[in-house]
Design a protein around this ligand. Structure first.
Ligand code: UT7
Length: 329
């Protein structure tokens, strides 16, 4: 049995925030943002636009490409840290919007690694023979939890959604297409390096703290930076090791798009040349769980992914959480 990606999709909001817009909001410059991060612009939702709206459109696009109807889905998994509500899950809202009448639905909270966690769960369910078709989405509206007075974080984040349809394929072909391996890790002891201190059940929002800047993402960027490079390289090598593939055999590295210097550091350490690294950070910034599936969909729709290609996806984020997944296209 293989778990095969049949279709990909994405949805990014229309509204664009450029570096020039941030020059008017905080003490920053286009030069600083581009040289330190690689970001030129990012998309943000308009009022009334929700995470589940982005998921719905990305999911529809992926289903259309896969030529699979929403009613044939057995499961919907949404990786997100910016759900529409605490209750219900965003995945349940997507199930309703898609009219996926025969599907289970749940969210996965693993920050920037959320999509890779979802993909790994989908693969497990499929290989166990429990389900046949899973829609895996990574989606965020980070603009709702971004402090637009904090220059060290606000220039980084954007909104968007990416999706894949994964389907079971009965095959004895060991060289067939499919999700080949995954490696996931976490380190909760470093939660304070990237978190939102208030608003959860430990420190609920109150009339007194509602104006506190602590209800937004807080990040120790420099420390995260160093950990991210090391952790993503380690996860990548472990995912490759599971199936005896080396980095020279990789056709595409599709990394979480948090910082161009982090991506270059990972590629250099893994000895993967720049021409094999898919980048779109300059257009979208860091979209957390959405960044890998948006990049995968873009590369796919541009015809860059060929049958038989080994595609390595890696991500690192709050939790801390990180991981890697290997796919044969
Ligand atoms: O997606 C989840 C995982 N997240 C990440 O992977 C993000 C990881 N971290 C990063 O990408 C980088 O650490 C940042 C892009 C966030 C920051 O880059 P950095 O090279 O680590 O800069 P820094 O935090 O060490 O700050 C350098 C200087 C500081 O000024 P001083 O103290 O040297 O005077 C900052 O105050 O840059 C200043 N600075 C800015 N200056 C202009 C910070 N933000 C800005 C800004 N514009 N937007």
């Amino acid at each position: 049995m293989n778990a095969v990606i049949r279709g990909t999709g994405a949805c990014t909001p229309e509204k664009v925030l450029t570096n020039a817009d941030f020059e008017k909001m905080v003490d920053t410059s286009d030069d600083w943002i581009v040289s330190r991060t690689g970001i030129k612009e990012r998309r943000v939702v308009s009022s009334g636009e929700s995470n589940s709206d982005l998921c719905f459109k990305a999911g529809q696009n992926a289903l259309e490409m896969a030529n699979i109807s929403a009613e044939d889905l057995d499961m919907i998994i949404v990786g997100t840290v910016t759900p529409d509500y605490y209750l219900p899950s965003t995945a349940a809202l997507v199930q309703d919007k898609l009219k996926a009448l025969n599907s289970a639905a749940f969210d996965v909270v693993a920050a920037c690694a959320g999509f890779l966690h979802g993909l790994s769960i989908a693969r497990g369910f499929i290989l166990n023979g429990n389900v046949k078709r899973v829609l895996v989405i990574g989606s965020e509206v980070l603009s709702r939890i971004t402090d637009y007075t904090d220059r060290s974080t606000c220039v980084l984040f954007g909104d968007g959604a990416g999706a894949v349809v994964v389907e079971a394929e009965e095959t004895g072909d060991q060289n067939g297409s499919g999700l080949l391996s995954s490696y996931l890790r976490a380190d909760g002891s470093k939660k304070e390096l990237l978190w939102i201190p208030i608003g959860g059940s430990t420190n609920p929002i109150t009339p007194h703290n509602v104006e506190a800047r602590e209800r937004y993402i807080m990040m120790s960027g420099n420390e995260i930076y160093k950990l991210a490079v090391r952790a993503m390289c380690d996860a990548a090598l472990r995912a490759l090791d599971q199936v005896g593939i080396n980095t020279e055999q990789i056709s595409w590295l599709i990394p979480h798009q948090a910082n161009i210097r982090i991506i270059e550091g990972v590629a250099r350490r893994l000895k993967i040349p720049d021409r094999k690294v898919y980048l779109n950070i300059e257009k979208y910034g860091n979209t957390s769980a959405a960044s890998v599936p948006i990049a995968l969909d873009e590369a796919n729709r541009k015809g860059m992914l060929k049958k038989g290609d080994y595609i390595l996806m890696v991500a690192f984020g709050g939790g801390l959480t990180w991981g890697a997944s290997l796919v044969r296209w």
